[in-house]
Design a protein around this ligand. Structure first.
Ligand SMILES: [Cu+2]
Length: 162
């Protein structure tokens, strides 16, 4: 028992961030808030993984929000798009990518701690399944059009805020 505890303590001391998921990167990260008074918003980005192992994101946090959740959109039985928290997290496959985009997977920022203006940047820290973390800088861009800079016409849900 004592030995196990001391090993864990030693391991924690020498654990460096982003070792296991070293191929992870994110780009084109932006966030939307309906108004500067809005109490919630959503963040989108393209995630890449050049490493040999899948990157499994199980959580996220940000100083700008009381709660930061991994969300996706689903179409319910009535054909209505709803968003819900993703229990299993997001997987960025080895050698592949994963898009967070409007009408699909996104980062939900709930209970903003301060108003966020157009053009401001803030950090979101992703927590990987293996205990490592990576921080992505996100820029507020409320004027971004859906799917800008990405392929069009995948039948994405429309008319939703995010
Ligand atoms: Cu959401």
């Amino acid at each position: 028992m004592i030995r196990t505890l001391s090993f864990a303590a030693t391991a924690a001391l020498f654990t460096m961030p982003a070792l296991a998921c070293e191929g992870f990167s994110a780009h084109d990260a932006y966030a939307r808030f309906s108004t500067s008074m809005s109490q919630s918003g959503a963040a989108f980005m393209a995630m890449d993984n050049t490493g040999p192992a899948d990157c499994h994101i199980i959580g996220a946090r940000s100083e700008v929000a009381q709660r930061t959740e991994l969300h996706t959109h689903v179409i319910d039985d009535n054909g209505v798009a709803r968003m819900m928290q993703v229990e299993d997290g997001f997987t960025v496959p080895a050698g592949g990518d994963h898009l967070l985009q409007r009408g699909s997977d996104h980062i939900m920022l709930m209970g903003l701690t301060a108003p966020l203006e157009q053009g401001e940047s803030f950090d979101i820290t992703f927590e990987f399944e293996d205990g490592t973390e990576d921080t992505v800088t996100v820029t507020v861009d409320n004027e971004r059009m859906p799917m800008q800079g990405q392929m069009q016409g995948h039948g994405m849900a429309h008319g939703t805020d995010h």
